[in-house]
Design a protein around this ligand. Structure first.
Ligand SMILES: C[S@@+](CC[C@H](N)C(=O)[O-])C[C@H]1O[C@@H](n2cnc3c(N)ncnc32)[C@H](O)[C@@H]1O
Ligand code: SF4
Length: 417
């Protein structure tokens, strides 16, 4: 598996140099001139832990969560103060963990962010279905949240049991969502679970829309090696048939595909923290992507707070990109939106996409993975499946390895991918 990712990396970066993450970082981050900057804030607390979940999180404890948020506010002030004046950013997303558990402090965090940044495209936040109550939704709206994403996984008893999730009460969700409207109401589902059928997923999407979702994210189940999950991933052929069936079904409903895994019933409904040219991440495990570097904060809540108390950034590892590595990073995450614009690439890198990857683009067309119109490359259904297939390898070869180490060590000396 890593042989495939190693060969692809060497081919696309035209170098045998690995992605080298080292235990060092810049004390001052330069993001004044970065285009399309987004913000991400990680809240690593949950009421209970799901055994399939790879994210950085621990059991919620009120005191611990409050101390963490005090440290988070310091990190935002430190990094925000590094720009000259207020910096415009596209969006702010709160992910986790379960950020809605600290709904009472979201307004304070947003106000601190707004001392340094002007947010132009809204604020998104993740909730567990248990958090979808009128008081919590009202608190979030008053804090400025405009988009919410609810982790349903499945409305069907059989799959909820496989995943060990509690029941999401559709009637209660509908009532609360109708009382407190948001611009985007997204619901997360997991597919490619054992014996799952296209009809099961269709029923889940029907229920999501009926209770008030205008956006759905349908993620393939990923069996991370360091989680305690006993669920086995579905074989490739079945998974492809399922992905094709869900895609056809969502498009037949008139939904718009806005990324590999997401579909919306309204054009204005968007929920994605991933497809940004550059972003700043705050909190444990949060990543920051800038023109020449990628950095990742420590996964340890205790070490995160200790670093902040010492007046230091909580960075654990930094990757300094070669130009080709940065291009591959850009293309991989831009392709996640299923579209790559030649003009945007050239504006970002100052060089034509065809000059850097002309042969690969011709190959993509030839294999039927993408089509091109007026300088915009659009992924076909076949391309989307192979992107998904490759992403699965990438996730297991790179993310699984990195997160597996970072869960054990707050500040590893280096990681080579
Ligand atoms: C941070 S959680 C969402 C909010 C909240 N904590 C919850 O679980 O309802 C993010 C989403 O990641 C997805 N996810 C978690 N583990 C996964 C796995 N092993 N494979 C695929 N998707 C996964 C789930 O759909 C989940 O809703
Ligand atoms: S899936 Fe959500 S609730 Fe479950 S452990 Fe992960 S972040 Fe927490």
């Amino acid at each position: 598996m890593s042989f495939l990712t190693d060969c692809t990396r060497a081919w696309l970066t035209r170098s045998r140099k690995p992605f080298l993450f080292q235990n060092e970082y810049d004390r001052t981050l330069t993001f004044d001139t970065e285009r399309g900057l987004g913000l991400y804030i990680h809240i690593p607390f949950c009421k209970s832990i799901c055994n399939f979940c790879p994210y950085c999180k621990e059991i919620y404890d009120e005191k611990k969560a409050n101390d963490y948020i005090d440290a988070l506010l310091c990190e935002i002030r430190t990094v925000g103060g590094m720009a000259k004046g207020k910096r415009e950013v596209t969006s702010l997303y709160f992910g986790g963990g379960t950020p809605a558990l600290v709904a009472d402090r979201i307004g304070e965090i947003v106000n601190t962010v707004k001392e340094y940044f002007v947010i132009t495209e809204g604020i998104g936040l993740e909730l567990h279905p248990d958090n979808v109550t009128v008081p919590t939704l009202k608190t979030l709206r008053a804090a400025g949240v405009t988009k919410i994403s609810i982790g349903i996984q499945s409305f069907l008893e059989k799959y909820r049991r496989i995943l060990g999730r509690s029941r999401a009460d559709a009637a209660k969700l509908r009532e609360a969502l109708a009382a407190v409207p948001f611009e985007t109401v997204s619901m997360d589902f997991i597919f490619a679970l054992p014996e799952q059928t296209a009809e099961d997923l269709r029923r889940d999407i029907d229920t999501a829309i009926a209770v008030g979702a205008n956006h759905v994210a349908i993620y393939p189940f990923i069996d991370f090696t360091f989680t305690g999950s006993k669920v086995r991933a579905m074989p490739k052929k079945e998974k492809r048939a399922l992905l094709d069936a869900i895609t056809r079904d969502c498009l037949a409903r008139g939904m718009t595909r806005d990324s590999i895994w997401t579909f919306s019933t309204e054009k204005s409904a968007r929920y994605s923290s991933m497809t940004r040219d550059n972003f700043l991440g705050f909190g444990c495990s949060a990543t920051t992507l800038l023109r020449h570097q990628f950095k990742i904060n420590t996964f340890s809540v205790r070490e995160y707070c200790a670093r902040i108390r010492a007046g230091e950034l909580p960075t654990s590892l930094t990757l300094r990109f070669t130009e080709r590595q940065r291009m591959i990073y850009y293309l991989f995450w831009t392709a996640y939106s299923t579209r790559v614009s030649e003009a945007d690439f050239e504006a970002f890198f100052g060089v034509k996409l065809s000059k850097m990857y002309g042969m690969e683009m011709r190959l993509m067309k030839l294999l039927g993975f993408a089509t091109e119109r007026d300088g915009v490359w659009e992924m076909t259904a076949k391309g989307a499946f192979y992107y998904h297939y490759y992403e699965n390898f990438y996730t297991l070869a790179y993310i699984d390895k990195m997160w597996g180490i970072m869960r054990q060590e707050a500040f590893p000396s280096e990681i080579r991918l």
